[in-house]
Write a protein that binds this ligand. Structure first.
Ligand code: NAD
Length: 243
């Protein structure tokens, strides 16, 4: 049977690493981007050159209609989606009193609303198959509070609540729901912190370095195969923070 996965925000960073690793593990993959379609297309081509099933689709995960169109396209091209990786996310470093409502809402619309939209769009396919796996990308800041990142941290905490609730609700339907909570991972997202802060952070991480996108992708591949694991939050964080 064809195995089909939809990975959001997968033209670069952790999402792209997930698409590659899942493709290596035998999944047909739908790559999603909101911008830089050239990167999504190039990754897709690279996978196709290796003889893999891969397609790409440009859609804002915060837009339910666009997400429904993407889920339908992915199913048409790859077969019913049995793995959804809700990876797309945005972050903002700001003191709470400076976060305007528009910024707050956008962070929730993408990070949490994106999960809602993608699960709504893909769930009917999983319920019909009485099987499926959903992996939501939370964060170390979904497990602990983050100074100057209240919006991001709240949205990532909410993703853990969604994961645990849906795991309980969907287990009888044969659908597993888990989250990954990466620590500080060396991708474009964290470059805004600057080299000095990243060096400082690396010193605070017990394993002494930032994580790689590939290491998060390995956790996602594990969860895609872990048939008796649901409702879990898998921390992949080098032991950070020490509490
Ligand atoms: P990144 O910024 O490199 O990648 C995020 C991807 O999501 C980008 O390709 C971006 O274009 C896409 N995206 C953003 N908004 C979107 C939207 N509305 N619709 C579709 N795609 C959208 O960052 P990353 O580090 O690869 O982060 C991936 C996920 O991992 C995010 O959810 C992030 O919160 C989470 N995470 C990252 C770290 C880290 O240290 N890098 C730590 C914990 C959690």
């Amino acid at each position: 049977m064809r195995k089909a996965a939809l990975i959001t925000g997968s033209s670069r960073g952790i999402g792209a690493a997930c698409a590659e690793a899942l493709s290596d593990a035998g999944w047909g993959v739908c790559i999603n981007c909101i911008e830089r379609a050239d990167l999504a297309e190039a990754l897709c081509e690279r996978l196709r050159e290796k003889g893999r099933d891969a397609v790409w689709f440009q859609a804002d995960v915060a837009d339910l209609e666009a997400v429904r169109a993407m889920a339908a396209y992915a199913a048409r091209e790859l077969g019913p989606i049995s793995l959804l990786v809700n990876n797309a996310g945005i972050a903002r470093q700001q003191q709470f009193q400076d976060i305007d409502r528009k910024t707050w809402d956008r962070i929730f619309d993408v990070n949490l609303g994106g999960c809602y939209n993608c699960i709504q769009a893909v769930l009917p396919q999983m319920l019909r198959a009485h099987a499926g796996c959903i992996v939501n990308m939370s964060s170390v800041w979904g497990r602990y509070g983050a100074s100057c990142e209240a919006s991001y941290s709240s949205s990532k905490h909410a993703i853990i609540g969604l994961t645990r609730s849906l795991a309980a609700e969907l287990a009888p339907s044969g659908i597993r729901v888990n989250a990954v909570a990466p620590g500080v991972i060396d991708t474009d997202m964290v470059q805004v912190l600057g080299r000095e802060t990243l060096h400082q952070l690396a010193r605070e991480i017990p394993l002494g370095r930032l994580g790689t996108a590939r290491e998060i992708a390995q956790a996602v591949v594990y969860l895609s195969e872990a048939g008796y694991v649901t409702g879990q939050v898998l921390a992949v964080d080098g032991g950070f923070p020490v509490v």
